[in-house]
Design a protein around this ligand. Structure first.
Ligand SMILES: Cc1ncc(COP(=O)(O)O)c(C=O)c1O
Length: 388
């Protein structure tokens, strides 16, 4: 078996950073108390959860009481959207972007089956929604607007500030899936008028299986699970103390030097994009500037993205075709389709996502390796087409 030497799939997941791991360790060993109990061991666990809540709230511009810990982004999106729609006590209208993650899309589909109505907002060729389209889609019974902060496949950043302002003005609740954004671009729940915001630790060098939901003070959410008073009953169940502690440290570090980090990754991203576009038959997917600092998504014409990935893997390079969560299906990505790509171009897409540890030498190496891979695969596809 080969070995992954260059990891360019940070949008799928990231390594756990040392500082977060070290803060977690005692809570995996001797400090195993249940935060709900009364004795010293438990109080230490409670204190550690409180510290993580403080750090998380401060990173998002929220109040501590507005942060609810969950098992990750998927759960946060489910609790948020389903929980809010259930709390209405009536059927309502949801407006969601056509490029949401499946953790939002599938919830919307489920709610449609339950009798709610969903309008999917179209996006432009860069994957951005137009706030004017949003205004046009608002109806009497619109209860929720769900537009992600940044897309997991193409990295496009949505005009969430404008969207939040429209939602607030119309008295509609605004949910944003910020799983790809938190720790990567500045996030302030008040600035974008978010009512509900999801995030996930493993996308910013925290542990897997832990994340959270911001719920604006005073907003009512119906819990999806019953059985305990933890997280003010919104997410009952004994807290994942080590995970929460690790996330608290990771979010503090990830948001600590955002401007410096963003500059560094944007520069590396643009260098990579330039190198890719210098190759023949390469198309950039997503917005040229309104995109996550670490996201590169391109389509290689006449080649399957999967074939490139396999060849890259043989060279020890890890990347992804579209979203890791949807790989395993042969359907083209709903995001690329919503952006108007044809099936063939969508199938030729590869996502590279940068993160801690990546450097220019690695990108130069990948560009060097890609050239012969792409040439060989194009030749194979030309032979196949000739023999048809
Ligand atoms: C935009 C977005 N939302 C939600 C999720 C799901 O998060 P988690 O893996 O923590 O369940 C992901 C994960 O890829 C994502 O990219």
């Amino acid at each position: 078996m080969g070995e992954t030497r260059i990891y360019l799939d940070h949008a799928a997941t990231t390594f756990l950073r040392k500082e977060a791991f070290e803060e977690m360790l005692p809570f995996l060993k001797e400090q195993y108390g249940n935060p709900s109990s009364m004795y010293t061991l438990a109080r230490e666990a409670r204190q550690a959860v409180n510290t993580a809540r403080e750090r998380t709230a401060s990173a998002l511009g929220a109040e501590e009481e507005e942060i609810y810990f969950t098992s990750g982004g998927t759960e946060a999106n489910n609790i948020s959207i389903q929980g809010f729609m259930k709390s209405l006590g009536r059927k309502g209208h949801i407006i969601a972007s056509a490029v949401e993650h499946h953790a939002v899309m599938d919830v919307c589909e489920e709610l449609t089956r339950e009798g709610h109505r969903v309008t999917y907002l179209p996006v432009d060729k860069y994957g951005r929604v137009n706030p004017e389209d949003l205004k046009q889609s608002i109806a009497e019974d619109t209860a929720l607007i769900a537009v992600m902060t940044a897309n997991n496949e193409v990295g496009t950043i949505q005009p969430v500030k404008e969207i939040g302002a429209i939602a607030r003005e119309k008295g509609i609740v605004f949910h944003t899936d910020a799983v790809q954004a938190v720790g990567h671009i500045p996030m302030d729940v008040k600035e974008i008028n978010a009512d509900l915001l999801s995030f996930s630790a493993h996308k910013f060098n925290g542990p897997k299986g832990v994340g959270g939901l911001y719920v604006r003070r005073g907003l009512k959410i119906m819990p999806l699970f019953k059985g305990g008073a933890q997280e003010k009953k919104i997410r009952p169940g004994t807290e994942n103390v080590p995970g929460i502690v690790g996330m608290g440290k990771a979010i503090e570090l990830a948001t600590g030097d955002l401007p410096g980090k963003m500059d560094k990754f944007s520069e590396l991203r643009d260098f990579f994009i330039e190198g890719l576009l210098a190759m023949e038959g390469v198309i950039l997917n997503g917005h040229p500037t309104q995109r996550l600092p670490g996201n590169i998504n391109v389509s290689f014409t006449d080649i399957e993205g999967e074939s490139i990935l396999l060849s890259l893997d043989l060279e020890g390079i890890a990347a992804s075709s579209g979203s890791a969560c949807s790989s395993g299906t042969l359907d083209p990505s709903h995001v690329l389709m919503a952006m108007g790509l044809d099936h063939q171009t969508a199938h030729g897409s590869v996502r590279f996502s940068l993160g801690e540890g990546n450097n220019r030498e690695e990108i130069e190496y990948v560009l060097e390796k890609l050239k012969p891979i792409v040439a060989r695969l194009r030749e194979m596809s030309a032979v196949k087409n000739r023999s048809r």
